[in-house]
Design a protein around this ligand. Structure first.
Ligand code: ADP
Ligand code: MG
Length: 716
């Protein structure tokens, strides 16, 4: 197969904005602030609103709350005051045959206004109409003066850029006016939009009533007069939708090829003989849930295939993913391969290590924990035995991904809590063996929109069932003045022999003071609130040994209350802990709160999550807290999160590998995303993408846009 290295030929579109007529260094600097560097950037800098200047409205029909354009003659003008004489203002009353309206200036030069708007002056005015009871006003309107003998028709003709059509309104930076901007952009679009290549196959476009890029861009800037303003403003017009489709198509094509590429690759074909899984099943104190069994079936199927597995395992906190991962590991191990498990934090890695080692040891298998904080000697020894193949299962943070770590025979790579890692980590892990199988696990339910993009090249299995006997966690919100009620609930639980977490947020730039707050709180809780109980403190700045000591003391029940910064966020598993108090709960994101809450409710008893917010918090924070109180369902929480934060921030854009779109909006355009995905996957199936001359252009465009970010070069 030829490697995919060809690039799109350089074109006019890649040129700097300097080269555009009407853009001098001064304006260019301003455009740069908007992130606009090339001609293509500029073409995609679309209006965020439109203004309807197709025809003038009679004054009687001007609608409050809208930007309107109207003709009028000055009837009276002069300086006056606001009603309670608070402020001076300049008022001009204008009228047409239908009605009158008042124009007001609060910041002005009097002599200038006097000269500009004498009684009898005719003009076209542009501005937002406001209504005060029955009165309508426009503040600080723009105006185009008409000379005594000129007519409206003449004005429209003489200035076709600003009148008689639907006008674009652009997101601006300071120091550029709409009018200036429009003028520059008009020329720019006229001259350069035709250079946009029309690469999507015609039959795909026409199937969905879409138009080529050049047309779509042109009309998005300057819609024809018969366009629907409502559709334009909602971004549902078929020009904007054509642009969205174009973006989605190439992304999905990339994902389709990635998936195909993996399917074509030679991988390990494992034999499933249940040499370890049957004994493990016998040892477990419980039966696998149906969901766990089903998911394990998917994974086994994949592992038996001669191509690498690339599967996402999604399941809410506490649904039993870890056990599934262990079972999958045992299949690789019985085939003589090693397994690597990568976790996002040291605490979680340790936690996994403890869980896995417990069972592995009973099965006569060896597990190692690789940590950033190991001594050089311990590390060297560990690396040697990994390279020699003496260790079957290697667990660690991204330390496992480091260059120095060499496996004897890596057969399966598992990434836990994938949302903390980027797409690239998957690639790194893959290259640690000869196309090992990859399993990524996440407790963050991924709304469909995102699973079509972010994880679009993975097959997905979902554990949609909790182990039996779990009671829903009860979540309560306590304002500061009811703090004692929260404490007394904790006391009740402690009396029953249960344990508690008290969690403090860590905000990066105030790490120290938060740490002090947590430390002070631990002392205070021990001395004043819970004098009969043992209180422990766990935070991110401790050495691993210390952390481990504290965690195991908590696990063994020697500590009743664990005060912690968010280091316990993921994966910690102490079933006897039945209550969690979260301080400054408003400072956490929804996903984080849900993860935290998942640390309780792991046994059969009723568990509680108590939220105490700061004295003051934002409206969004209030929404988050309400969501937490109202549901335990991780999927609904994720959807709410997506809604509150928007897709960009949902998973921390770049880091999570979520593509940013120029035009598309994941919330608005889901339907189109599904359509584009189908078309792209079809296209990828039908064309011999790598050798076909017909698809050469498509291929080059795809690489130009997504090559680096999707690691497509790996296909070659
Ligand atoms: P996750 O990783 O999905 O958050 P874990 O794998 O940590 O969940 O499982 C949570 C708890 O449930 C653990 O204590 C685990 O031993 C237990 N568990 C897992 N599967 C089952 C099952 N089928 N029945 C009962 N308990 C289970
Ligand atoms: Mg887990």
């Amino acid at each position: 197969m030829p490697p995919l290295t060809s690039r799109r030929a350089p074109s006019r579109l890649d040129e700097s904005l300097e080269t555009v007529r009407g853009i001098g260094p001064h304006v260019q600097a301003k455009l740069q602030k908007l992130g606009l560097n090339t001609v293509e950037d500029a073409l995609y800098h679309l209006p965020h609103r439109y203004e309807d200047r197709r025809q003038l409205q009679p004054i009687a029909r001007l609608r409050p709350g809208r930007q309107e354009v109207f003709y009028g003659e000055v009837l009276a003008a002069g300086e006056t005051h606001t009603s309670r004489k608070r402020r001076r203002l300049y008022e001009v009353i204008v009228g047409d045959r239908s009605a009158q309206i008042s124009l007001k200036w609060f910041r002005y030069r009097k002599d200038w206004l006097q000269k500009r708007f004498p009684v009898g002056q005719k003009a076209v005015f542009i501005g937002e109409v406001k209504s005060y009871g029955a009165l309508r006003e426009v503040h600080h309107p723009d105006a185009e003066l008409l000379s005594a003998d000129s007519t409206m028709e003449q004005l429209f003709k003489s200035d076709p850029l600003n009148f008689g059509r639907i006008l674009p309104v652009y997101p601006l930076t300071e120091g550029l006016s709409q009018k200036q901007f429009r003028k520059i952009w008009y020329q720019l679009v006229e001259q350069n939009a035709p250079a946009l290549p029309s690469i999507l196959p015609r039959e795909i476009l026409s199937r969905h009533n879409l138009v080529p890029l050049a047309t779509a861009i042109q009309a998005s800037h300057w819609p024809p007069n018969n366009a629907s303003l409502t559709e334009l403003e909602q971004g549902r017009d078929h020009w904007r939708q054509s642009l969205v489709f174009d973006e989605f198509f190439f992304l999905e094509l990339g994902l389709a090829l990635k998936r195909q590429g993996v399917q074509l690759e030679q991988g390990i074909s494992f034999n499933v003989e249940h040499r370890y899984t049957i004994p493990l099943n016998k040892m477990l104190p419980f039966r696998l849930t149906d969901a766990q069994r089903r998911v394990l079936g998917d994974i086994k199927q994949d592992m038996m295939q001669p191509h690498p597995m690339n599967r996402l395992l999604q399941g809410d906190v506490g649904s039993g993913k870890t056990l599934v991962a262990l079972m999958a590991s045992l299949i690789a191990i019985e085939n003589g391969y090693q397994v690597a498990l990568v976790a996002p934090t040291e605490i979680l890695a340790e936690q996994h290590f403890l869980t896995f080692e417990l069972w592995m040891e009973k099965l006569g298998l060896k597990t190692a924990l690789l940590q950033g904080s190991m001594t050089a000697k311990a590390r060297k020894e560990a690396l040697l035995s990994i390279a020699a193949g003496e260790i079957h299962l290697i667990i660690g943070t991204h330390a496992v991904l480091q260059e120095g770590v060499k496996f004897h025979r890596l057969g399966l790579g598992i990434i836990d809590e994938q949302h903390r890692f980027g797409v690239r980590q998957r690639g790194t892990l893959k290259h640690k063996g000869q196309n090992p199988d990859i399993l990524v696990m996440t407790a963050t339910p991924i709304p469909r929109t995102l699973s079509l993009t972010l994880y679009g090249d993975l097959s997905v299995s979902v554990i949609d069932q909790m182990p039996p006997g779990r009671k829903a966690i009860e979540t309560k919100l306590f304002r500061e003045n009811r703090r004692l009620d929260a404490y007394s609930l904790i006391k009740d639980e402690l009396k029953k022999g249960r344990q508690a977490y008290v969690v403090y947020p860590l905000v990066e730039d105030s790490e120290k003071s938060d740490l002090q707050a947590a430390t002070a709180a631990a002392k205070q809780l021990a001395a004043e609130v819970f004098p009969r109980n043992t209180v422990g403190l766990l935070h991110g700045r401790m050495k691993s040994v210390e952390k481990e000591q504290i965690m195991s003391a908590f696990r063994d029940g020697q500590i009743d209350i664990l005060v912690a910064t968010t280091v316990i966020e993921v994966g910690v598993d102490v079933p006897n802990a039945s209550v969690m108090l979260i301080e400054h709960a408003d400072r956490f994101g929804l996903a984080q709160l849900h993860q935290l809450r998942g640390r309780v409710g792991r046994g059969a008893e009723q568990s509680y999550c108590l939220l105490i917010p700061s004295q003051q918090y934002s409206e969004d924070a209030g929404k988050r807290l309400q969501v937490m109180v109202s549901t335990n369902d991780g999927f609904r929480i994720a959807e709410a999160d997506l809604e509150i934060r928007g897709p960009g921030e949902f998973l921390g854009t770049r880091q999570a590998g979520l593509p940013d779109f120029r035009v598309a909006n994941l919330l608005r355009d889901v339907r189109l995303l599904e359509v584009a995905r189908q078309e792209a996957f079809n296209y990828a199936r039908q064309t011999d993408y790598l050798t076909d001359n017909k698809s050469r252009e498509v291929r080059e465009e795809l690489l130009a846009r997504w090559g680096g970010r999707l690691e497509l070069a790996a296909i070659g």
